[in-house]
Design a binder for this molecule. Structure first.
Ligand SMILES: [Zn+2]
Ligand SMILES: [Zn+2]
Ligand SMILES: [Zn+2]
Ligand SMILES: [Zn+2]
Ligand SMILES: [Zn+2]
Ligand SMILES: [Zn+2]
Ligand SMILES: [Zn+2]
Ligand SMILES: [Zn+2]
Length: 261
């Protein structure tokens, strides 16, 4: 085989691997564990002497007494620089990237030096993220990486079409179609999203009358085992077949519940 081809092949394989990672979402922490999607914290009552308590756990796993609301209007909401309801500045910023609430100068890569002193509040922040509306701390790494990796970049609720700036709550992803959901819509959407209508159980291919054995929960359509496959696409044994329309992993229709109404 000529040399040129092997190099190209290698490149293509690498890219495929990367795309697979992106598609399956395995490379990232789930949304509820991302600091920019934490609940806003008003006070964090830390017992004296335990400053090192990690604060970057999801709210449900945190110990100690966090009061999770705006300190002005007392309404509960997602971590954000300014209260969604009354626009007050968050007193106790939590970095959208690393989740810290307190900067320990010694180990930091701080763009503002505060040698020997802890800093919290506005002394710890460097920017507000345009996507998630939360503070980013003054650490160089957080400032340079957060905006490009913010998990709420295109977080528009698939039900009500509101983005992060148009509702106060946290953002969720549907566990069936993996689309974004706001706090208000998450349960109702997921209840209906796990079902397919009986009429969509036929293979999506127009000329085909067979039952679709593979279904895409994102497009809400099924494909028979012939039409789920694309020409020239390499399938990996033991891995779910990607939807020919949207590339989302399909699942076998028999594993799903059927809405027969
Ligand atoms: Zn408020
Ligand atoms: Zn940070
Ligand atoms: Zn610092
Ligand atoms: Zn962000
Ligand atoms: Zn919504
Ligand atoms: Zn869904
Ligand atoms: Zn078919
Ligand atoms: Zn699809």
């Amino acid at each position: 085989m000529p040399k040129k081809k092997t190099g190209q092949r290698k490149k293509a394989d690498k890219q495929k691997e990367r795309q697979k990672g992106i598609r399956s979402g395995n490379t990232e922490k789930p949304l509820p564990e991302r600091p920019c999607n934490f609940v806003m914290v008003r006070f964090n009552i830390i017992p004296y002497g335990s400053f090192s308590r990690p604060n970057f756990l999801p709210p449900s796993q945190r110990v100690g007494a966090d009061i999770e609301e705006c300190d002005q209007c007392r309404r509960i909401q997602k971590n954000r620089a300014f209260c969604y309801f009354c626009a007050a500045v968050q007193r106790l910023p939590v970095c959208a990237q690393c989740g810290k609430q307190k900067c320990m100068a010694k180990m930091g890569d701080c763009v503002i030096k505060h040698s020997g002193q802890f800093t919290t509040g506005l002394g710890m922040v460097g920017a507000v993220c345009d996507f998630c509306e939360a503070w980013v701390c003054h650490g160089r790494k957080c400032l340079t990486t957060h905006a490009c990796t913010c998990p709420l970049q295109d977080a528009v609720c698939t039900e009500c079409q509101r983005e992060v700036w148009s509702h106060g709550g946290r953002v969720f992803k549907c566990s069936y179609c993996m689309k974004f959901l706001c706090e208000d819509d998450q349960f109702e959407h997921q209840a209906s999203c796990q079902q397919l209508d009986t009429e969509s159980f036929k293979c999506k291919c127009a000329s085909c009358n067979r039952l679709g054995q593979f279904s895409c929960m994102r497009c809400k359509v099924c494909f028979c085992d012939d039409h789920v496959k694309r020409k020239g696409f390499k399938y990996v044994r033991g891995q779910p077949i990607p939807c020919p329309k949207c590339n989302f992993d399909t699942q076998e229709t028999k594993d799903m519940s059927i809405n027969s109404e």
